[in-house]
Every structure is written in C-alpha cells, then in structure tokens.
Design a protein around this ligand. Sequence first.
Ligand SMILES: *Cc1c(COP(=O)(O)O)cnc(C)c1O
Length: 376
Amino acid sequence: MTGDGTRAVRAGLPEPVAHEPSLPGPVFAAHYHLPGDVGGPYAYGRDANPTWTRLEEAIGTLESPDVPAYTVTFASGMAAISAVLFSHLRPGDAVVLPSDGYNLLAALRERLKGYGIEVRTAPTAGDAALDVLDGARLLWLETPSNPGLDVCDVRRLAGAAHERGALVAVDNTLATPLGQRPLDLGADFSVASGTKALTGHGDVLLGYVSTRDAGRADAVRLWRKTVGAIPGPMESWLAHRSLATLALRVRQQSVGALALAEALCGREEVSGVRHPGLPSDPSHATAVAQMRPGRFGNVVSFTLPDRAHAERFLAALTLVDDATSFGSVRSTAERRARWGGDAVPEGFIRFSVGVEDPEDLVADVRRALDTALRGA
Ligand SMILES: *Cc1c(COP(=O)(O)O)cnc(C)c1O
C-alpha cells in the first residue's frame, strides 16, 4: 500500500498512452455522438462527463483507499451538501445539524423546515449531537468546524446514530481526505467543498459527495441531474490537476498553521487561539484520534480585543490578503464578524495559512500585531 502523497499524484489518471498527456484535457461537450441504439456512459452533458469521471475516481481513491467508494462532483460545496440533504430527507423526517458549522447552514435550515423536515441543532464540541439523536433520520457533522475549529468524535457519533437507524454525513472540507477519512470512521457520506484546501489555489468552485453505498450514490447523482448543479469541465480538470500537490500543500500548511498558533499563544492581546494541532487545544485529543498525524488543517482562529484592533492588524499584514475562504496556497485572513451569521466576537480572526515559509509568515503576523497594538 502506497502513501497518500504517492496515491494523490496518480489518482484517477488513465494508463499512460504514447503521445497523450498524463491527465487528458477537459472534455467540453453538451452532447456526444450517439449513432443508433443508445449505449455507453456518455450521452448528454448534464448526466456524465469523462473529465468528471476521472476526478470522481481520484477523489474516491483518496477518501476511501481500501474500500471502493462512489464519488459525485458538484458545482460547489453547497450543491453537494444540498444534494445529500434533499435526496435523503422526506417531510416528517428529523435531521440534526451543527449549530456552529458553515454559516450558510442557517439558510438551509429554514429551507428544510419549509419542506416539513424537523431540524434539530447541536454544537460540535462535546459530541453534543448525542442528546438530540433519537428518532433522527440523518446526522450532519462538520469536524473540524468552520470557523470555531471544534472537533467531534465521528466514530462515537456514527456508532450512536447507526444504532438509532440514522445516517451520518461529515463535512470534510477543512481536513481534506488527506487529513481525515470520514468513511473509515463510520460515516455514510463524506461531503466537502473542493473550493478550499482540496483544490487549494483560490480559483475554483467545486464540491463532492463520497459514499460506499451504490444506491445512495445513485440518489445523489439523480439529484445532481434534476437540479443541474453540475461542475464545469474546466473546473473539474483544474481540480484534478491540483490533487497531485495536495499532500505537499496539506503538509506545508499544517506546519505553518501550528507555528502560527504557537506564536499567537505567546501574545497577551490575543485570546482564544484555536487549532486542532495545538497540544493545548480542547480539540487536540479527539483530533489526534481521528485525523491523520500532523495534518490538522490550515486554519487558525483567534480573537483580538475589538473590531478596530482586528482591522488594524489585517491592514498591517503584508504577506496575508484580507480575503474570505481558506485553504489557498496564499495566506488569507479575515474578521469573520463582518459577515454576520457566525456566533463570534467582533475581534475574531479566521486565518488561513498558505504555503509560504512559516518563519516569514510568523514574522509578518508579529509585526502586524505590534503595529495594531501601537495604533490603539
Ligand atoms: C466553504 C464551505 C462550504 C461551502 O462550499 P462552497 O464551495 O463555497 O459552496 C461548506 N462547508 C464548509 C465547511 C465550508 O468551509
């Protein structure tokens, strides 16, 4: 069995063909030639595309290297999340969602209620979903959670959910399949936004659902076909091209994130430093038990005294862009409260560590923190 990095380099590539590229170019087609009787995998562009097929095989190999899995790619992470929820929940069902997950889950909650689905919520920390599981049809987990970086025990929660006949989906966006493999931990679905660390360059929107159950994959695929939230061939090709460097990026970003978190812990004006790789973090023990060693994601969150202080800090950074999203090769940071929707203090910063040299990044952050202090 090869390592993750080796697997990622070749994942989903066809056998080499003389005078052909190792990753064939994107196939742009609304329809395919179909003389006579309809047969074969490709007929109409909304149903299937060979560029998706290769990417789906590649992601499936990373999410579930030892057991065959089916992966369905989407136009965005939200399209993938919605596909699982709306293809598997019926009026009268109950679903448990994280109260502290990705901020658009709140809008989704209202939509689900409108369809007659009972929505229960629980915070990620402390496996709180256990208390509201009875009678639920689906348990949705997001671990580590965005932006609070709490972690829940997927094995424990999946066991409890399955005992009660509930399905389990894990949002694996922050960890990526190289950081965590929810299907191995007992989840029925691993769902992610490929927009973040998976593709890692801040230039592609993408999502996917992986599952080992053919029937569930079919239901998700039929949802994609009927709603039409299909990934573009160019985006799919860019995503596949990016997977070859996933191990390098995840490793470098994790090292940088830990260095940053450690540096922040030594600052008096900084509070609430969170990163699952930090030995003192409340999530650390659970993260170590279920995430891959040394791959705890590239996000660090922390709080500065107030909004003005946080804005001075962001403005003083020179190697870090004030931008939303995370997981890119370039570091970004933002004052999360500017969006509303997350239950975070005004001075809360979500910091996404890129692949810069950690010493440079830490020096830039120290300098910006000093500037922010002086400007008070
Ligand atoms: C960004 C994000 C999403 C949504 O993904 P899009 O590709 O932006 O639609 C879902 N879950 C988490 C945890 C995210 O960070």
